[in-house]
Design a protein around this ligand. Structure first.
Ligand code: NAP
Length: 460
C-alpha cells in the first residue's frame, strides 16, 4: 500500500538554508508532517552560522524564519549526528520514506599549482569557518604576523575574507566573530591585502554592495590600476550583451576607486585583474606568489576566457587564501558526480549515476549539493521548493519506498551507539548561553566553539 503524505516520515540532512526551506515546503503541503532535521554539529543553520560574515548581521536574521519552521508540529532537530559515521545512509533509508540531502558543499577547490601545500597557504573556506567559530576549524592557525597577504579569486567569499582582514578590530568587536579570531585579528600585522582575479572587472564574481564595502573601510585605501579597467574587445562585447547590471555597477565602483588620490592609509587593498597564480614560492613556508599576466579573449560561447601570456611577476606575500569556490563531498551510499562536485540528480530526484535518468526512490537533494556552490541564501528557497514539488508528485504517484515496522527506531539506534543528540530545545539553551556571554562583553553573542563545551551546557 502506498504511503499518504500525512504518514510520510522524512529525514533531511543538513540544517542550513536548503534544509530549512525544504522543511518549510513540506510543512506547507502537509501541516504536522514528521520531519527529522539532522546536522553533524550540535547547532543548526549551516553557512548562516558558519559562513555568513559576522559583520553582515542582517543576512543572519533569516534564522528567525528558520525558528518558526522549527516550531511547527512534527519537526525535530537531531543535532550532533554525523551521517556516514554515527549512522549510515542505508540505515536512514531503512527508517524514513524520504531522505532529503541538503548537506551543502563544505570542501574547497584547489589551484593545482606548485607550492600550494606550503605552510601559509590556506583555503578561504577554512579561514571563514575559523572566524565564524565552526568547531571543526576553531584550532586552525593563520600567520597574521605577515605584512602582505593574497586572496585568489574575486567572488563574495573573497570580499568577506578581505574585509575581515582589513576591518578595524573595534568594528569586529561589535559582531559575533569568534573570540579566538578577534584576539588573533587584534594582533594582526597585515598591511597589504592583494586581491587576485584571473579575468577582468566585467567578469568579477562579487556583487556590487560587497565590492563597494571594501572602499568604505576605515584606515584602508583601495588601489586599482586604471589600465586594468580598459576593456578588451571580448569584455566590452560581453558587457554590452548582458542583462545583469552587476558588472556595470562593479565597473563604476572600480573606476571611482582608480580615480581616488592615494591617501597613505595604514592598510592597502590592491586589486590585480587578469592575473593567475602559477606558483607559491618559499622553502619552509610561503614567501611569494608568482603571477602570470593573462589576456582575455572570447570563448566562442558568449563568455570570456583568460589566456596566459609570458609576462610574470611575484608578489612578496607570506599568507595566501585561495577563494576559488566551495566543493561538495561524496557521502557513502549516495552516488556522486566527482567532476561537478554534486550528487547527480534530475530536478532534485537523486539518480543512480551522473548522466542517468533513473531515480533512486525516496532519495532527494536540495541546495549546494544539488546544484553546486552558487547563489545567495534565498536561492535555496526556490531550489528546495522545486525538489519538494518532485517529492510530492512521487508521493502522489505511489513511488515512495516502504519502510519496515520492526526496524530499531532512530533514537534507540543512536542512543545504543552513544551518540549524544542535541534537540531544538538544547540549541535554544546554547543560543541563550551564547547571547548571555556576548551581552556581558557588549556583543550580540559569543560563540561556543568547542563541541565538548556545547554538550556540557546541554547536559547541565
Ligand atoms: P564564486 O562566486 O564562484 O567565486 C569564485 C572566484 O574564484 C571567481 O572569481 C573565479 O573566477 C575564481 N576562480 C575559480 N577558479 C579559479 C582558478 N583556478 N584560478 C583563479 N581564480 C579562480 O565563489 P565564492 O566566492 O566561493 O562564493 C560562493 C557563493 O556564495 C556565491 O554564489 C556567492 O555569491 C555566495 N556568497 C554570497 C555572499 C553574500 O551575499 N554576501 C557572501 C559569500 C558568498 P572566474 O570567474 O574567472 O571563474
Amino acid at each position: 500500500m502506498s504511503i499518504t503524505l500525512n504518514r510520510l516520515r522524512v529525514a533531511i540532512v543538513g540544517s542550513g538554508p536548503a534544509g530549512f526551506y525544504a522543511a518549510e515546503a513540506l510543512q506547507k503541503a502537509a501541516p504536522g508532517i514528521a520531519i527529522d532535521l539532522i546536522d553533524r554539529l550540535p547547532t543548526p543553520f549551516g553557512l548562516v552560522r558558519g559562513g555568513v560574515a559576522p559583520d553582515h548581521p542582517k543576512i543572519k536574521s533569516v534564522t528567525r524564519i528558520f525558528d518558526r519552521i522549527a516550531s511547527q508540529p512534527g519537526f525535530r532537530f537531531l543535532g550532533h549526528v554525523r551521517v556516514g559515521q554515527d549512522v549510515t545512509v542505508d540505515e536512514l533509508r531503512a527508517r524514513y520514506h524520504v531522505l532529503l540531502l541538503c548537506h551543502g558543499a563544505d570542501a574547497d577547490r584547489s589551484l593545482g599549482i606548485p607550492g600550494e601545500t606550503l605552510p601559509g597557504s590556506h583555503a578561504a573556506t577554512e579561514f571563514v569557518a575559523w572566524y565564524n567559530g565552526n568547531p571543526d576549524h576553531a584550532a586552525a592557525h593563520f600567520d597574521l604576523t605577515q605584512r602582505e597577504v593574497a586572496i585568489v579569486g574575486i567572488g563574495n567569499v573573497a570580499m568577506d575574507v578581505a574585509r575581515i582582514l582589513a576591518k578595524p578590530t573595534s568594528e569586529l568587536a561589535k559582531t559575533d566573530l569568534a573570540d579566538h579570531a578577534l584576539q588573533a585579528l587584534a594582533a594582526s600585522q597585515v598591511q597589504v591585502i592583494h586581491l587576485v582575479a584571473r579575468r577582468g572587472p566585467v567578469q568579477a564574481a562579487c556583487t556590487t554592495p560587497e565590492l563597494r564595502e571594501l572602499g568604505e573601510l576605515e584606515g584602508v585605501e583601495v588601489i586599482v590600476d586604471p589600465r586594468d579597467l580598459e576593456l578588451d574587445p571580448a569584455s566590452a562585447a560581453e558587457l554590452a550583451a548582458m542583462d545583469d547590471r552587476n558588472p556595470a555597477k562593479n565597473l563604476e565602483v572600480l573606476r571611482e576607486w582608480a580615480a581616488r588620490p592615494r591617501t597613505g592609509a595604514p592598510r592597502q587593498m590592491v586589486l590585480h585583474f587578469n592575473a593567475s597564480p602559477v606558483a607559491l614560492t618559499g622553502t619552509d613556508r610561503v614567501e611569494g606568489m608568482t603571477l602570470v599576466h593573462n589576456r582575455l579573449e572570447g570563448d566562442g560561447r558568449g563568455g570570456v576566457r583568460a589566456v596566459p601570456t609570458d609576462e610574470t611577476r611575484t608578489l612578496p606575500v607570506g599568507l595566501v587564501f585561495r577563494s576559488v569556490g566551495y566543493k561538495g563531498r561524496a557521502l557513502a551510499g549516495v552516488p556522486f558526480d566527482e567532476r561537478k562536485g554534486v550528487v547527480p540528480n534530475v530536478g532534485g530526484r537523486v539518480v543512480d549515476a551522473p548522466g542517468s535518468e533513473t531515480p533512486i526512490p525516496g532519495l532527494y537533494v536540495a541546495g549546494w549539493i544539488k546544484r553546486g556552490p552558487q547563489g545567495i541564501i534565498g536561492t535555496n528557497k526556490l531550489c528546495a521548493t522545486d525538489t519538494v514539488t518532485q517529492l510530492l508528485a512521487d508521493v502522489a504517484a505511489g513511488a515512495m519506498p516502504t519502510i519496515a515496522d520492526e526496524v530499531l527506531p532512530i533514537d534507540t539506534l543512536l542512543a545504543e551507539r552513544g551518540v549524544v543528540v542535541t534537540s531544538w530545545a538544547d540549541w535554544q539553551r546554547l543560543d541563550q548561553a551564547e547571547q548571555a556571554r556576548g551581552a556581558a562583553a557588549g556583543r550580540p553573542r559569543a560563540k561556543i566553539t568547542a563541541i565538548d563545551e556545547m554538550l556540557t551546557i546541554v547536559r547541565a
